[in-house]
Design a protein around this ligand. Structure first.
Ligand code: F6P
Ligand code: MN
Length: 355
């Protein structure tokens, strides 16, 4: 880990995000611009956290106000969070900015060195029930042709992160050199290092998927989940627990904390041929974070970081988390015979999940 200094673990609770960013500014040509952007996002996150914490008292109740350009229900807080982030980032020389809440990317400053894509309020269907939501961001280098700003491969990202607005407000960050988590010190109004060099275990005992879509899944996804459900009696040889929060940031935070595998696959519902999650401002940043923490992120057939988007709001199937489980899901996606051989005896022997 390049810019880390000795005694890093002793800095837990002490090291402030701005000091961490300050050290990083000396490491690479884009680093100053990236550090300023992360600092601006952290400032916005403190404001958004305050708004979410006040909820109805601040007229930020999670009420549906309409639909965004891609047809998703839009809540009042989606709109507020987007405005706060754009105000904070608007002070910086950014080349291009994209948001889930904007139809098209904006070219901001042709001399800017970086481009930023944001999901201002991820998991916003959870706002009105007082559950964790978040902000996701991806920072890319500015290409010569800015019309291609958000068509770069995920592996081009300079930094990525997300903020969770839950019992704690935490900022998960990778600057391409591991993953650190900073938690908001509300009294001091700053983020402090809470966990450094986060690592995801290779194996896991928890899976996350919206199982209500089971009848729409492709055979490899069914086979993978059937293996999880078969537990110690199936090929996985161990039992799994299941969690589904319905908020990508919260699922990712859980995986960074205790391992696990998350799937939002493609399915047969109209409009879900490429799953639900967006490549540029959801899957790419999550994939970078998960890989930087030693996990994997795949569509089932390809590494997510190898992909580049053809359009800003392009969707992508996402399977991420502990690398052994993601590898198993990939094996099942790539080998129909394996799916058949895994599924048939399971169904025949126990008679559950008959197709
Ligand atoms: O941003 C999309 C999102 O809200 C994610 O945070 C979450 O993982 C997913 O959608 C939940 O989708 P569904 O409601 O289909 O389970
Ligand atoms: Mn989202």
């Amino acid at each position: 880990m390049r810019h880390r200094q000795r005694g890093w673990t002793q800095m837990i609770g002490q090291l402030r995000l701005d000091d961490h960013l300050q050290r990083y500014t000396e490491t690479a040509p884009h680093a100053l611009a990236v550090a300023a952007a992360v600092d601006a996002i952290a400032t916005a996150a403190i404001e958004i956290a305050g708004l979410i914490a006040s909820g109805d008292l601040a007229d930020a109740s999670g009420l549906t106000t309409g639909r965004n350009s891609d047809g998703d229900l839009q809540r009042d807080l989606d709109v507020h969070a987007d405005a706060i982030l754009r105000r904070c980032l608007g002070r910086l020389p950014i080349a291009a900015l994209a948001s889930e809440e904007m139809r098209e990317a904006q070219i901001v400053d042709r001399h800017g060195r970086i481009c930023i894509a944001i999901d201002p309020l991820d998991g916003s269907s959870n706002i009105d029930i007082n559950m964790t939501v978040g902000t996701i961001f991806s920072i890319l280098p500015a290409p010569d042709d800015l019309s291609l700003a958000f068509q770069q491969r995920g592996s081009a990202q300079l930094a990525a992160g997300f903020v969770t607005y839950g019992p704690q407000t935490s900022l998960v960050l990778t600057l391409g050199d591991g993953v650190d988590i900073f938690t908001l010190d509300r009294k001091a109004g700053c983020f402090r290092l809470a966990r450094s060099a986060v690592q995801i275990s290779e194996t896991c005992e928890e899976f996350a998927i919206n199982a209500s879509n089971r009848r729409h899944w492709d055979p490899p996804v069914r086979a993978f989940i059937d293996e999880c459900l078969a537990g110690v009696e199936g090929p996985a040889n161990h039992d799994f627990n299941m969690r589904w929060i319905g908020s990508l940031v919260a699922e990712a935070y859980r995986i960074l904390t205790r391992g696990g595998v998350f799937l939002y696959p493609s399915d047969a519902r109209p409009g879900y041929g490429d799953g639900r999650l967006r490549l540029v401002y959801e899957a790419h940043p999550m994939a970078m974070i998960i890989e930087q923490a030693g996990g994997s992120a795949s569509t089932g057939r390809e590494r997510v970081l190898e992909l580049s988007a053809q359009s800003l709001h392009q969707r992508v199937p996402l399977i991420m988390g502990s690398s052994n489980e993601v590898r198993r899901a990939e094996e099942l996606h790539c080998d129909p015979l394996l799916v058949a051989s895994v599924s048939a005896p399971l169904f025949a022997r126990r008679g559950f999940f008959r197709l």
